[in-house]
Design a protein around this ligand. Structure first.
Ligand code: MN
Ligand code: MN
Length: 388
């Protein structure tokens, strides 16, 4: 292996620490090992057996369609994640642009726009409709069972979807074309009050993702219905929200208190400065599903019974923390670390280890940990969420 800058050989990392471990003598996947230094040579505090808590979208099957692509990290890829699943989808730019076919599903859908812009539509159970354009950093949320669509504007788009069930699959949603294909034409004719030959040209297979004329101005796509528009918007401009400033970065929290439609998925967008760390904490209301947007992270998850394991993450990776397990997320790179924390809940909630100790009678804390006076005083001064 050589460093492209200097062309001098760089020693490949080895699973060695002091007098423990040894060199790898057999076959190795060096690029993958370089991505996971804390798996290759774990910190000495790691112990015991813990489920896998990392899966990269780069290791996920790509479904290619005319008009875009999609890949998913579900319970099939990351078996511990029984309660949440994620999808990464691209809808192609241009005119025509990519459409995610009109559909619905049994799960609620929470989304974060990564790049570009899209027009989204939905209709709710009260016959109220919704149409909006969403751009980079915007969110949407469609409750379970609510029919919706997504189409790239001319610039194209790519987004992350998160579902409140690990068994979700993009390949088994209820598609408009699929239903038409599997309903007798006589029934379609009766249902819509038109002759059967009105359905002579319906597609012979599901569309799923396909190209269609790019949307025009938003105002032109507003359909005036008798019941008006949905009461709680299905979109949310996360970047317009003032972040919580922390010592080592900042955080935007979004749940049903701010984004009222988002009844079953809560999230935090976390930005951690180089050298800083999302503090030691846990969540009292569910498991955490993470998506890494940029930078390099290291997380150790503490599973009780003397079990702890450390994982590394970078852009495009999914991380997971089982319910109530203690963890931190450290920026191990020299650029900003940015990631999403997501929970199947109507609220974001966390318990800070620091705050727990700071708000407990000091003599009791001292009896457990034998901290110095200096450390006991520091506990009272530490700012929460992201430390530096
Ligand atoms: Mn959907
Ligand atoms: Mn967390």
């Amino acid at each position: 292996m050589s460093d492209p800058q200097s062309s001098t050989p760089v020693a490949a990392p080895q699973p060695e620490q002091g007098n423990r471990g040894g060199t790898i003598a057999g076959p190795r996947n060096l690029p993958l090992e370089l991505e996971n230094p804390d798996l290759l040579a774990p910190p000495s505090t790691d112990s015991g057996t813990l489920a896998n808590l990392r899966f990269s979208f780069a290791d996920a099957h790509m479904r290619l369609q005319p008009g875009g692509w999609t890949r998913e990290v579900t319970v099939r890829e990351l078996p511990i994640s029984t309660n949440m699943a994620g999808v990464n989808m691209r809808l192609d730019p241009g005119n025509p642009s990519g459409v995610r076919e009109m559909h619905w599903h049994q799960e609620a859908e929470w989304a974060y726009m990564l790049v570009g812009a899209a027009r989204i539509t939905a209709v709710d159970q009260d016959g109220r409709n919704f149409v909006d354009d969403v751009g980079e950093g915007d969110l949407w949320y469609f409750p379970a069972g609510i029919p919706h669509s997504i189409q790239a504007l001319a610039e194209g788009c790519e987004f992350l979807l998160v579902f409140d069930n690990g068994s979700f699959s993009e390949n088994s949603t209820f598609l408009l074309t699929d239903w038409f294909l599997h309903t007798p034409k006589s029934v379609l004719a009766k249902n819509f009050g038109v002759p059967e030959d009105a359905f002579a040209n319906i597609p012979s297979h599901e569309l799923y993702i396909f190209p269609a004329p790019a949307p025009g101005p938003l105002a032109a796509d507003r359909v005036a219905g008798p019941n008006g528009e949905v009461r709680e918007s299905f979109s949310y401009r996360l970047r317009q929200q003032d972040p919580i400033e922390a010592a080592g970065g900042h955080v935007r929290i979004v749940d049903s208190r701010t984004f009222r439609a988002a009844k079953n998925i809560a999230a935090a967008l976390v930005e951690v400065d180089p050298g800083a760390m999302r503090e030691l904490h846990w969540h009292p209301n569910g498991a955490e599903w993470q998506y890494y947007l940029e930078g390099q992270a290291r997380m150790t998850v503490f599973a009780s019974s003397g079990v702890a394991r450390t994982f590394d993450y970078q852009a495009g990776d999914v991380g997971y923390v089982p319910f109530a397990m203690g963890h931190y997320v450290e920026n191990r790179g020299n650029t900003t670390l940015r990631f999403l924390e997501m929970f199947r809940s109507d609220r974001f909630a966390d318990i800070s280890l620091n705050q727990w100790l700071a708000l407990t009678p000091p003599e009791l804390v001292r009896a457990h940990l034998h901290l110095s006076d200096e450390a006991m005083a520091a506990l009272q001064k530490q700012k929460p969420i992201i430390v530096k």
